[in-house]
Design a protein. Structure first.
Length: 415
């Protein structure tokens, strides 16, 4: 049985396979902004954009339909919120009286001004080395207490087998330290099964702990294994605007063969202070057996459960000159085949964590009893769907249309 080990790439996602037959504030204390983000020229929806209230830790992320909800306590007297996304101009929008009304917000593409680029790097690896050396300067060196919203779902073809989500408290240990992050579930809910699985029940192990491990700046010995740059070949790709700052875009691909598969991807590194601001990567699936061994912890004899695609996204947000973890998303697809049986199926597993608030005062680590453990099954630690107003004043990631419909179906069935 595999366990979470800081020296193994496989610690970043485990699946368990089993045979299976068969205290809220009143709303008038906060302003609710409901919106959809679109490209001002094309009208296309803008997904996974960061929505924040400046000079606070409050924020959320737009979903895969470009939609978001942001709740801002009236006591803050905030006049506007801010939206940022890769290659778009960071834009401020007024917090008006349209409390709760849906509105479309448009972002303008911000072209890269090539004349601002002083030197095009010849050695992409040296940029990555410099970014790693500057972690202590560019990321917080004191512990933070964060609030996050975590969601995970498992689909069999197009049918949801489970949806689980929670507001979580996070003890974020200092960067460039040996301390581990901690996660505690504040309140959460789960779906049970929207559709009964045909022959398999797939469960995800690790929950929000996996998202924290994918903070590649803090855990560069995990995830894409940046603790040894000899693992990869790095190349300069282009320049991108993030939060109105120019970023080097450095691609990487495996340069050696290891016991565990490595990754293909991109690192975005701010030119001004050489901080990693964003990472996009996917697992090398060329060796199916090797890739499968990372994800599957327990499965029945004769079952082939093979990954067909993986996608990881990790973003960071700058505040007061330091960068903090902002959003983590994992999308994986698997093919399921039984040897010598006429049974084939496909599964999609998704998890995402958005940091919705942060503070630096009165930081206390969680007790062992409170802490969510890496071997736990997240869906087993939260309660069934019951209350449509479950989240109250907490900021969440708006559910995508298909998830929202499944949640409505479950909520109706629970009454």
């Amino acid at each position: 049985m595999k366990t979470f080990n800081r020296n193994r790439v496989s610690s970043c996602m485990l699946l368990l396979l089993f045979i299976s037959f068969g205290g809220v504030l009143a709303q008038n204390t906060y302003v609710t902004i409901n919106g959809q983000l679109k490209d001002a020229k094309t009208g296309e929806k803008i997904i996974h954009a960061t929505i924040t209230v400046p000079n606070t830790g409050i924020g959320t992320v737009s979903n895969s339909d470009g939609e978001f909800t942001l709740k801002v306590n009236r006591s803050l007297n905030a006049g506007y919120f801010e939206v940022s996304h890769l290659s778009y101009a960071t834009t401020k929008f007024k917090i008006g009286e349209e409390d709760g009304k849906e509105k479309t917000y448009y972002l303008e593409i911000q072209p890269v001004q090539l004349k601002e680029i002083s030197v095009v790097p010849n050695d992409a690896r040296s940029i990555v080395e410099t970014a790693l050396e500057k972690i202590r300067e560019n990321y917080c060196r004191t512990p933070n207490m964060m609030t996050g919203f975590y969601r995970e779902y498992i689909r069999q073809r197009r049918d949801y087998l489970s949806i689980s989500e929670a507001v979580v408290d996070i003890y974020k240990a200092p960067y460039a330290s040996l301390q581990n992050d901690q996660v505690k579930i504040y309140k959460g809910r789960r779906s049970g099964s929207v559709k009964k699985p045909d022959t398999l029940m797939v469960q995800l192990q690790g929950g929000p702990n996996v998202s924290m491990l994918l903070d590649i700046v803090k855990n560069n010995d995990l995830g894409i294994a940046l603790d040894n740059l000899d693992n990869y070949h790095f190349e300069f790709a282009t320049v991108a605007n993030i939060d109105d700052k120019l970023n080097w875009v450095i691609t990487f691909r495996p340069d050696v063969v290891k016991e565990d598969p490595l990754y293909f991807g991109k690192l975005y590194i701010a030119q001004d202070i050489m901080a990693i601001t964003r990472a996009e990567f996917s697992l090398d699936l060329s060796d199916e057996d090797k890739a499968s061994s990372i994800f599957v912890q327990k499965k029945p004899f004769g079952l082939l459960f093979l990954p067909t695609s993986t996608s990881y996204l990790v973003t960071y947000r700058e505040q007061n000159g330091k960068y903090y973890l902002s959003y983590v998303r994992v999308d994986m697809k698997f093919r399921c085949d039984w040897k010598k049986r006429l049974f084939k199926n496909s599964y999609t597993v998704m998890s995402e964590l958005a940091i919705t608030d942060r503070r630096e005062d009165s930081i206390v680590k969680f007790s062992n009893q409170e802490t969510f453990k890496s071997k736990m099954i997240f869906s087993e630690k939260v309660q069934d769907f019951t209350d449509v107003d479950f989240w109250g004043e907490h900021n969440i990631i708006e559910p995508e249309n298909s998830i929202e419909n499944a949640i409505k179906k479950l909520s109706k069935g629970s009454h």
